[in-house]
Design a protein around this ligand. Structure first.
Ligand code: NAG
Ligand code: NAG
Ligand code: NAG
Ligand code: ZN
Length: 358
């Protein structure tokens, strides 16, 4: 082996170790795609026909148009908080950062967990989430993906079946405190900077990534938000958001690249969120009576009460002056001029009333 070929061998070994076999996996779903440019989201339907379907995700959730369904039971994660003996694999797949989940995690037996991943924006930009609430974006969104293990053998088979997947959507907002649960992922982001890189993480309590209120959520039928956009997802988007510190969100926005190691120029992995899709004939269900409505009705009630009070006050004041002017006319005391000479208008009214009296 010549020194040169030795160097080449070491380099390819290094690339294999550092970069993994990511390329095949990244392109496992057919043609290359991205969020912007010539393979950007407006072109997805040409490359992946399902992306042009009528039940696509994400959507904007208009809280005035959701339908209350009190029969929706709280989400019950099982095995989320049991530490697994297996490590989790964290991977940069070029479109997101994704963490594998053990099959011991599930939603009420029927749906087995597969992976979680995030969507985010770019530095100094409030956008990043896929789902919008009243056209309001959040800086990031976590997706926890499960497949219907009652009916299908694995996620590859389930992902293009209408009842194949269940995804939890967690909207992430900026808060003051560092969220320690998310540090279990974020502290390792530097190891998966390049597309195709993977790293093993010690298992941790995945339940701590979810909001506290697992009973308050929106539910609708939709799709994968990335190609091939199969319309196979029962979506659960929690109403309560999870707070991360600004520095945590900036780390997510600035650490990763969508390009592989050694590929120039390095391309930041940012703005990996799809635009909201038409709801078409779909209805978004809500599991609880929304606060927003209560606030509106309190506001309306205050307005009505205020209106009644001001109206009544006006009537009382008017009646007061009329009665006083009638009395003063009856008694014809000289004092009346002093009392009612506060304005010309009142004087006129008093005079008119006097004239009308028989
Ligand atoms: C999924 O299950 C199908 C049918 O049993 C099988 O052919 C396929 O190899 C499985 N895929 C994976 C990734 O395990
Ligand atoms: C799902 O995909 C498989 C293989 O790609 C295909 O044979 C099957 O018909 C698809 N099922 C549905 C419901 O589209
Ligand atoms: C989703 O689709 C299934 C099957 O068509 C239907 O039974 C269910 O009610 C739908 N869910 C929602 C939230 O519309
Ligand atoms: Zn997603």
């Amino acid at each position: 082996m010549s020194p040169d070929s030795g160097v080449a061998f070491l380099r390819s070994l290094f690339l294999l170790l550092v970069c993994g076999g990511g390329v095949d996996e990244i392109q496992a779903d057919g043609p290359h795609w991205s969020y912007t440019g010539s393979h950007g989201q407006s072109h997805w339907p040409e490359l992946f026909p399902h992306c042009g379907g009528l039940s696509q995700s994400p959507v904007n959730i208009d809280t005035d148009c959701v339908k209350l369904d009190p029969s929706l039971r709280p989400v019950e994660p099982q095995g989320y908080s049991t530490l697994s003996s297996d490590d989790f694999t964290l991977e940069n797949n070029g479109h997101s950062v994704q963490m594998s989940l053990p099959s011991s995690m599930s939603l009420s037996q029927r749906f087995t967990a597969v992976q979680l991943h995030l969507h985010w924006g770019s530095r100094g930009n409030g956008a990043g989430s896929e789902h919008l609430i009243n056209w309001q974006a959040s800086p990031a969104e976590l997706h926890v993906v499960h497949f219907n293990s009652e009916k299908y053998p694995n996620v590859s088979v389930a992902r293009n079946q209408s009842d194949g997947l269940a995804v939890l959507g967690i909207l992430i907002e900026v808060g003051d405190e560092i969220n320690p649960a998310y540090e279990n992922i974020f502290s390792h982001l530097g190891y998966v900077k390049y597309a195709g890189q993977k790293v093993l993480l010690p298992s941790f309590d995945v339940g701590a990534l979810l909001p506290e209120r697992l009973d308050q959520f929106f539910r609708y039928n939709g799709s994968l938000t990335t190609p091939p956009c199969f319309q196979s997802v029962q979506w659960t988007v929690f109403h309560q958001k999870v707070s991360l510190s600004r520095s945590q969100i900036e780390k997510l926005q600035t650490t990763l690249l969508s390009s592989e190691f050694g590929v120039l120029p390095p391309t930041p992995l940012v703005d990996n969120f799809r635009a909201p899709q038409p709801l078409n004939q779909r209805v978004v269900l809500v599991s609880f009576p929304l606060d927003v409505r209560v606030v509106y009705s309190i506001g309306e009630t205050i307005a009505v009460i205020a209106g009644i009070l001001f109206g009544a006050l006006g009537i009382i004041i008017t009646a007061h002056f009329i009665i006083k002017s009638i009395r003063s006319k009856k008694h014809e005391e000289p004092k009346q001029e002093v009392v009612y000479k506060t304005s010309n208008l009142e004087e006129e009214v008093v005079q008119q009333l006097e004239q009308q009296q028989p």
